[in-house]
Ligand binder design. Structure first.
Ligand code: AMP
Ligand code: TRP
Length: 338
């Protein structure tokens, strides 16, 4: 088997990309893809999204929007296998087999299951519980070894490694060890509640979407919380400074390039106590608006042509299917069902 590192990651089609998704995951996906050193797979995980509360219509529309946004952010279907999970039904077949090697006690430990059970208390479905098993199937179907994600997904990637071990122990030594790849900023905080991770589920004002027009970014940032009760390091201010550092990086490239003058200026003024939050917010608004200007143009262009996006996704699914079918042939034999 090839020793080349195999990158695998996924994202749910539950909302527009926000800067948490971008700094925690997607920016890294593009850098890994463009390094040319890896075999990359990026998946829109629509089966996973069925465990949540979004409507069928919203899901359907959002799959195309998420695809357009990932393409606009730099995912290149010539370089990466880019597709929709449900187009490759082997994902659920392998997930079923993995369900049978996974102790429920291990799933009960998952913090995301506990958190989501609170957020959607009226819809604690079995899919929500076995969600990480499907995630393990996504990754291992392609023999994924490295999984670029935000820090909230690390526990699921560790479970993936365990699932591989449980399977390998019961059947044959077949699946590789998987590990998470974190970025410099694995957790971007909410604008309105900066002690919580930035997430769509908290509400509109908590997140900045990559597609937000400059005036929307400005409006949201104006309301961002900076004050703190006690403690000298206000998490809201730290978060805004981190964002400024990221989005104003010298050269503004995906690979970074050292702190910018504007960032250094605000960092110094924070240290000597002369910082003005209004100025910090307007500088940051401007940097974010500039950083994503090309993204917004490309996104809107792509969304003019849904057929083209569908074509890209179908061709990605064809590439993914080839590997997925080979893996399942092997797995069926190993477990004795073919
Ligand atoms: P999701 O939107 O939950 O499917 O997440 C897609 C990817 O973005 C995953 O790798 C998450 O870990 C990452 N992510 C989501 N929210 C954040 C955040 N606030 N900070 C950093 N990474 C995040
Ligand atoms: N659970 C991930 C999230 O919510 C999405 C996901 C599904 C994923 N399958 C994956 C991430 C495989 C990495 C690898 O963000």
């Amino acid at each position: 088997m090839t020793k080349k590192k195999i990158i695998y990651s996924g994202i749910q089609p539950t909302g527009n990309l926000h800067i948490g998704n971008y700094l925690g995951a997607v920016k890294n996906w593009v850098a890994l893809q463009n390094s040319g050193e890896y075999e990359c797979h990026f998946c829109i995980v629509d089966y996973h999204s069925l465990t949540g509360n979004i409507s069928a219509k919203d899901r359907h529309d959002q799959i195309i929007r998420t695809a357009a946004e990932l393409l606009a952010a730099g995912i290149d279907p010539e370089k990466s296998v880019f597709y929709v999970q449900s187009h490759v039904p082997e994902h659920t077949e392998l997930a079923w087999i993995f369900n049978t090697v996974t102790p429920i006690a291990e799933l009960e430990r998952m913090t995301q299951f506990k958190d989501k059970s609170q957020v959607q208390a009226k819809n604690i479905n079995a899919g929500l519980f076995t969600y990480p098993v499907l995630q393990a199937a996504d990754i291992l179907l392609y023999h994924g070894t490295h999984v670029p994600v935000g820090v909230d997904q690390v526990q699921h990637v560790e479970l993936t490694r365990d699932v591989a071990r449980w399977f390998n122990k019961k059947y044959d030594k077949y699946f590789p060890e998987t590990k998470a790849l974190l970025t410099e900023i694995p957790k971007v905080m909410s604008l309105l509640e900066p002690v919580k991770k930035m997430s769509k589920s908290l509400g509109e004002g908590h997140v900045i979407e990559l597609a937000d027009e400059p005036e929307v970014v400005e409006k949201k940032l104006k309301k961002a919380v900076t004050a703190t009760e006690g403690g000298d390091k206000a998490p809201g201010v730290e978060n805004l400074l981190t964002l400024l550092e990221q989005f104003s990086a010298q050269g503004g490239s995906a690979l970074g390039g050292g702190a910018s003058d504007v960032y250094n200026k605000f960092k110094e003024s924070q240290e000597d106590g002369s910082i003005r939050y209004g100025d910090l917010k307007s500088a940051l608004s401007q940097e974010i608006a500039n950083y994503f200007a090309d993204f917004r143009t490309k996104r809107n262009e792509l969304l003019e042509d849904h057929d083209k996006i569908a074509e890209i996704l179908m061709s990605g699914a064809k590439k993914a299917s080839k590997t997925a079918m080979e893996t399942m042939e092997d797995v069926r034999k190993m477990v004795g069902i073919r």
